[in-house]
Write a protein that binds this ligand. Structure first.
Ligand SMILES: C[S@@+](CC[C@H](N)C(=O)[O-])C[C@H]1O[C@@H](n2cnc3c(N)ncnc32)[C@H](O)[C@@H]1O
Length: 317
C-alpha cells in the first residue's frame, strides 16, 4: 500500500510512537463498526493500522473510476467531510496531483489533530497547507463551493433516514462533483440509494457506478456493492491478528456530477463466472439487471472482455 508523498513513513513512525499492541483496539473497533456505532472515542492507532489501509484503497479505486468517467474533470479544490486522518485527500492527490486546496472538515478533535499531524509530515504542499476545520456535516451550510467534495464512510455514522438530506447539503458545496463512499453492506447501500434519489431529483447526473439516472433496479435483500483487494502491511496484519497478506474490502459508492459523464455500457455488479464456454457477467445497465454471457468461441469479443471483473464498467459496443 502506497500513500502519497512521505505518508507511508509518517504513518509507520506515528504507529511506532503509540507503542504497544493495537490488536485489542482493532478488535474492539471492528466490533463497534459492525454494530453501526460511530467513530466517537475510537482507538486512533487501531484506525490507522487496521482501517485506513482499506478506506484509502477504496477511495483510490473510486476516485480513479471517477477520473476515467469524467476525463475533463481537473479539480483544484477538494472538501473532505468527515475526513478522519485525511484519507480522501491522500487518495485524491494520488489521482489528481494538481489539487492545490484541501479542506478537511471533521467533527472529532482527536481526528483533526491526527489529520494535522499527517498533513505536516506528508511532504506534500497541498496537505501541508490544508485547512483542518471543526465542523459537523449535519450543520454544514453556506460553505464556499469546491470542485470536488468527498464524504467517505461518514453517512454510515448518521441515521439512514437523513442520508438524502445530508447528500444535498454536501452537493450544495460541490462546484462539479460529489463522491460518497460507504461500507459495502446493506446499511451502507441503503444510504447510497437515498442519496442517489435525492441528488438526481436535485438535477445531478450520476457518473458512477450506475450508467444511468433511472430508478435503481436493485430489489429485495440484494445490495449494490463491490470489493477492493487491499494488501496488508506487517502492522496491518499484526493489528488484525491476520495470517493472510490481503483482505477484500466491500464498499458501495456514488459519484454525482454537474456535467455528464462518459458512461460505459453497464456496470458489472457481481463476480465474473469463468467457464470453458465463456464468461458470464451480472450487469446493471439502463435501469435493469441482466446476466450477459460472452462465449469463448466469439473470439474477438471474448478477448476484449475476458479480464472484466466485478466493479468494472463495460465498454460501449
Ligand atoms: C469511519 S471514519 C472515516 C474517516 C475517513 N473519511 C476515511 O474514509 O478513512 C468517519 C469519520 O467521520 C467523522 N464524522 C462522523 N460524523 C460526523 C459529522 N456529523 N460531521 C463531521 N464528521 C463526522 C468521524 O469523526 C470520523 O472521523
Amino acid at each position: 500500500m502506497r500513500y502519497p508523498g512521505q505518508l507511508n513513513e509518517a504513518v509507520a513512525a506515528w504507529l511506532d510512537e503509540q507503542g504497544g499492541s493495537v490488536r485489542a483496539g482493532a478488535a474492539a473497533m471492528t466490533a463497534r463498526y459492525g454494530k453501526g456505532a460511530s467513530s466517537s472515542g475510537i482507538d486512533l492507532a487501531a484506525y490507522v493500522a487496521a482501517r485506513l489501509p482499506a478506506t484509502h484503497a477504496v477511495n483510490l479505486r473510486v476516485l480513479g473510476e471517477v477520473a476515467g468517467l469524467l476525463p475533463d474533470f481537473a479539480p483544484q479544490g477538494l472538501r473532505d467531510v468527515g475526513a478522519g486522518p485525511g484519507t480522501a485527500g491522500w487518495a485524491a492527490l494520488g489521482v489528481w496531483p494538481e489539487i492545490a486546496q484541501i479542506e478537511q472538515v471533521e467533527a472529532s478533535a482527536p481526528f483533526r489533530e491526527l489529520a494535522g499531524h499527517f498533513n505536516n509530515a506528508s511532504g506534500l504542499s497541498a496537505l501541508a497547507e490544508a485547512a483542518v476545520v471543526a465542523g459537523d456535516l449535519r450543520a454544514l451550510a453556506g460553505a464556499e463551493p469546491r470542485d470536488l467534495v468527498v464524504a467517505s464512510y461518514v453517512l454510515a455514522e448518521l441515521p439512514e433516514a437523513e442520508a438524502g438530506e445530508l447528500a444535498l447539503r454536501l452537493w450544495q458545496g460541490a462546484k462539479e462533483v460529489l463522491v460518497l463512499v460507504e461500507p459495502g453492506s446493506p446499511q451502507g447501500f441503503a444510504r447510497i440509494r437515498r442519496a442517489r434519489d435525492a441528488l438526481i431529483k436535485a438535477g445531478g447526473h450520476v457518473a458512477g457506478p450506475c450508467t444511468h439516472d433511472l430508478a435503481c433496479p436493485i430489489t429485495g435483500a440484494d445490495w449494490c456493492h463491490f470489493k477492493e483487494r487491499v494488501q496488508r502491511s506487517r502492522a496491518h496484519m499484526h493489528a488484525k491478528g491476520a495470517s493472510v497478506p490481503f483482505e477484500d474490502e466491500p464498499y458501495s459508492w456514488l459519484a454525482v456530477a454537474r456535467m455528464r459523464a462518459v458512461r460505459g455500457a453497464g456496470r458489472i455488479i457481481g463476480p465474473a463466472a469463468h467457464t470453458k464456454a465463456g464468461l458470464s457477467l451480472r450487469v446493471c445497465a439502463d435501469g435493469s439487471i441482466a446476466e450477459r454471457h460472452i462465449a469463448s468461441r466469439d473470439k474477438a469479443t471474448y478477448k476484449r472482455l475476458r479480464k472484466m471483473a466485478w466493479g468494472d464498467s463495460l465498454p460501449i459496443g
